[in-house]
Design a protein. Structure first.
Length: 395
């Protein structure tokens, strides 16, 4: 199931500048630093740079095809390299990703939410990849560029997991119609990006766009006040406090581990906090929906490894560091503080600004301050203008 240059010309109204329209397009890369021989280089214009101008570097590194949307950068001989000019490189890879997705009849799991989507994605990947050859979003490639590039990476895979992020209304709509998920997850509705969206109601509306391309079930956190209002014809719920399809009970939440039951099944996670119990519920529900054997689901959860910089424990003979610098929202900060609060010994919290909060910035940073107090943190160090509001509450 291959994409050829002729498909780019046909689907994206491309112009063949040089080379062969029958050339194969295997790996699509927009960063020459990650490019390998025979990859397809995609030149994308950024706010402060023009990625098209790196096409010569891509050729030197062995790119077989270059997709560009700025003819003015072209000069010199291209040799055997195939160059295709399109109107918009981002829209081109989105169209190509839709085409690539249409070639596969496989489970596609889409994950979004205000907080926890990366950890849920990783835990779902651990479960799904225990049974299927799985392609999963790497790092934070969860936007209008990262999602299509992920989909374009499909080869002989039996399942696909895509994380979907957003800053504004309409963005997940585009991503869902590219990936066409057969199963979708919304972890929660919090305050991330509330500065752009204006209210939690709008955040919910934006996250629900994940259903725009969905053909199967939607799995939600039934303990989240906003998600509990969702109506969907194929709804699966997970929860701890409210009656749900998949529930965790008899939870023993330690600092760096969590033990609990789902029904009669005992699970011991190698990571602490109630948030990861929810994550495990999502992954368990996905595993059951995909008919993965129970023993594989449990083993995947119990041997799960965190994404670097997400509640990552760094141990020293005299101290421990919990590195949670991957990304931040009020919910993730509160989760990290609850975890830190359970640690024995002196507790130090180093905190920088949470971004994209607009008029809510002062209120939310003050909430963090109250969480610092409630979790009995000994020392608070803040960095940033908004984090000062946290400092002002504590001191």
């Amino acid at each position: 199931m291959m994409i050829y240059v002729r498909d780019i010309i046909r689907l994206c109204h491309g112009e063949l500048i040089s080379g062969n329209e029958n050339a194969e397009c295997i790996n699509f890369i927009n960063d020459t630093r990650a490019l390998a021989k025979d990859d397809v280089f995609v030149g994308i214009k950024g706010d402060t740079f023009n990625g098209n101008s790196f096409y010569k570097e891509a050729i030197k590194k062995g790119a077989s095809v270059c997709i560009l949307d700025d003819k003015t950068v072209l000069n010199g001989e291209f040799g055997k390299v195939t160059i295709v000019l399109v109107d918009d490189s981002v829209k081109a890879i989105q169209e190509l990703a839709k085409y690539k997705r249409s070639m596969y009849q496989i489970p596609v799991i889409a994950v979004t939410g205000s907080v926890g989507k990366t950890s849920v994605k990783d835990m779902v990947n651990a479960v799904v990849s225990s049974h299927y050859k799985t392609l999963c979003t790497k790092g934070n490639m969860n936007n209008h560029i990262g999602v299509p590039l992920t989909v374009l990476g499909l080869k002989d895979h039996e399942a696909l997991i895509v994380e979907m992020g957003m800053n504004h209304l309409g963005e997940i709509h585009v991503l869902s119609n590219i990936a066409k998920p057969t199963l979708a997850l919304i972890t929660n509705i919090g305050t991330a990006h509330i500065g752009n969206l204006g209210s939690r109601e709008n955040i919910l509306k934006a996250k629900m766009e994940i259903t725009d391309g969905l053909s199967g079930s939607l799995i939600i956190n039934n303990d989240n006040d906003m998600l509990r209002t969702v109506k969907y014809n194929k709804l699966i719920t997970v929860g701890i406090d409210n009656t749900s399809d998949y529930m965790a009970h008899d939870i023993e939440d330690k600092v760096f581990s969590s033990n609990f039951y789902i029904g009669n099944q005992y699970i011991s996670l190698p990571v602490g906090s109630r948030a990861f119990v929810y994550n495990a519920l999502f992954a368990y529900a996905v595993g059951k929906k995909l008919n993965i054997p129970e023993e594989k689901i449990i083993n995947a959860l119990e041997t799960f490894k965190l994404t670097p910089h997400r509640l990552e424990l760094i141990e020293h003979k005299d101290y421990r560091i919990i590195d949670d610098t991957y990304n931040a929202s009020l919910d993730s900060v509160n989760n990290a503080l609850e975890m830190l609060g359970k640690v024995k010994g002196k507790k130090v919290f180093i905190f920088g600004d949470i971004l994209e909060l607009d008029n809510y910035a002062e209120e939310i940073h003050k909430e963090v301050g109250h969480s610092v107090i409630n979790n009995k943190i000994d020392v608070l160090i803040t960095v940033g203008e908004n984090a000062y509001h946290t400092y002002s509450v504590v001191y």
